[in-house]
Design a protein around this ligand. Structure first.
Ligand SMILES: [Zn+2]
Length: 95
């Protein structure tokens, strides 16, 4: 597992696109909540097979949950830490 961070464009190139659009995610959550089922973003990730550690983003969140962890700089470019669980794909590991 590599420890060096990635610039944002590379993060984006590695992470899998969301299975459904943001609007659909909102609709899903509203529907599940109305039905009395778990409806958090984490629940959405579980149902759709996204990585629960990074919530499908492919990079590690900051400890306070706001934004993503920056592990270094390359010139003026911030480098982000790839999620160690899914390896930056944002998909739940299949094992
Ligand atoms: Zn992950």
């Amino acid at each position: 597992m590599q420890k060096i961070g990635l610039p944002w464009p590379e993060v984006i190139s590695k992470v899998a696109p969301k299975p459904i659009s943001l609007e659909e995610i909102k609709a899903w959550r509203t529907r599940e909540a109305a039905a009395g089922r778990p409806s958090s973003y984490e629940d959405f990730c579980r149902v759709y097979g996204l990585c629960l550690t990074c919530l499908g983003e492919g990079v590690t969140h900051n400890n306070d949950g706001v934004g993503f962890k920056v592990v270094g700089m390359e010139g003026n470019t911030r480098l982000f830490e790839q999620c160690p669980v899914c390896g930056g794909t944002g998909k739940a590991p299949t094992s």
